[in-house]
Design a protein around this ligand. Structure first.
Ligand code: ZN
Length: 186
């Protein structure tokens, strides 16, 4: 398994619509393994294919030992609203409160291309929605008010010089420099 470079804000791949996966291949299975490896190296809990420069509609999540592989996921029902702080492995060290539906039901295919549904609240709900957003070129910043988005972008402006080629190379990055709340980045 390999740790892949993570694309950061400014890379156009993060704003592109993904392509529906037509079937699992050995190459895509390796990609899933590499995405888990990369997410663990970055101390994140979710990672979507565009964050590693790929166009497949595919994401992985791991929260408290519960691993979820999402192929072609879609939200089929949602209810309530809740606000929680989010971060993103593609926008390191920037955090903001995001308001989203509290509970979602998601339909997807698993790593063996078998359909399943997952209903979740709390952190898993936010993570599912955050990753599915990535698969449609949306970032958590898009959910903020203009003022809060401006503040978050100002924070990013102060940091982004650390990523001149718009990628995080986790094998070189000093992970100790990003210990704060990164265990909840998505
Ligand atoms: Zn993210």
């Amino acid at each position: 398994m390999r740790v892949l470079p993570i694309r950061v804000l400014g890379d156009p791949v993060l704003r592109q619509e993904t392509e529906v996966v037509g079937g699992m291949t050995p190459e895509l299975r390796r990609l899933v393994d590499d995405m888990f490896e990369t997410m663990h190296a970055a101390k994140g809990i979710g990672l979507a294919a565009p964050q590693v420069g790929r166009r497949e509609r595919l994401a992985v999540i791991e929260i408290e030992g519960q691993r979820v592989v999402l192929v072609n996921p879609e939200v089929v029902a949602s209810s309530g609203t809740s606000k929680r702080e989010e971060g993103c492995l593609s926008i390191p060290d920037v955090f903001a409160d995001v308001q989203r539906p509290a509970v979602v039901r998601v339909r997807a295919l698993d790593a063996d291309f078998r359909p399943f549904e997952i209903e979740a609240g709390d952190l898993m709900s936010a993570c599912l929605q955050h990753e599915i957003d990535h698969l449609h070129g949306r970032l958590f910043l898009d959910h903020l008010s203009i003022l809060k988005r401006r503040r978050a972008l100002a924070e990013w402006d102060a940091i982004k010089g650390d990523y001149p080629d718009l990628r995080r190379d986790l094998s070189k990055e000093d992970l100790a420099a990003h210990p704060s709340r990164e265990d909840e980045s998505l």
